[in-house]
Design a binder for this molecule. Sequence first.
Ligand SMILES: Nc1ncnc2c1ncn2[C@@H]1O[C@H](COP(=O)(O)OP(=O)(O)OP(=O)(O)O)[C@@H](O)[C@H]1O
Ligand SMILES: [Mg+2]
Length: 246
Amino acid sequence: MNKPLLEVKHLVKKFNDNIVLNDINFAVNKSDVIVILGSSGCGKSTLLRCINGLEGTDEGEIIFGGKTINTPSTNWTLIRQKIGMVFQSYELFPHMNVIDNITLAPIKVEKRPKDEVLKDALILLERFNLSDKKDSMPRFLSGGQKQRVAIIRALCMNPEILLFDEVTASLDPEMAYEVSNVILELAKDGMTMIIVTHEMKFAQSIASQIIFLDNGVIAESALPNDFFNNPKSSRAKKFLSIFDVV
Ligand SMILES: Nc1ncnc2c1ncn2[C@@H]1O[C@H](COP(=O)(O)OP(=O)(O)OP(=O)(O)O)[C@@H](O)[C@H]1O
Ligand SMILES: [Mg+2]
């Protein structure tokens, strides 16, 4: 059996005395799509942010490619080339057009040849129907277009894992559908992903595994059909009833 691409072991995260993640354990294998569900404030974003080095951790290990990465000596700039993250708020650079937003990090951080990066960026823009927007500034794009550019920007780094934190949450249903389809396509291509979402249908259709967080602990970890059709914990049942899923 191959080693997992990413392993989270006994992870604890506190904000002062507030324990927001408590003994979190899970493994991510290549091409897994882990969907993290749970009520507001249960620790979903914090977990992704710990994996991406945007938050420090208090106990436990995050192991990526066989190496522990939650250490003081970790070069997070390097790790973030391999573990990309896409946020609800896009985080595009407002003063740069689409193509510059996408190519900046591969050229400046990864030091890849400009021609090669540009070629990759144009292929991705074409694939996600955004070729005509390549010279546009972000403020002239719709929310759905901005989010697709943010996903392309992350993809252009050739990451090994992508983390998505509620990337459709601020979009109207039609745009959310467009963006969800992009992520579904990535899953079909075998992209390894950890996705935080409140869209239950999307979660069910894309997940290889559901992790249900409740108040900082993993209350359930299950295959999507089991989780949605037969949730075990009363917390998961209650959570799903809000979405009219069970
Ligand atoms: N920078 C911070 N300082 C102090 N407490 C924080 C900080 N960030 C998050 N928290 C707390 O940690 C807990 C988990 O927050 P987190 O943002 O991870 O929740 P979430 O599951 O992503 O919620 P939502 O679904 O609303 O996005 C919450 O109680 C929150 O108040
Ligand atoms: Mg969050």
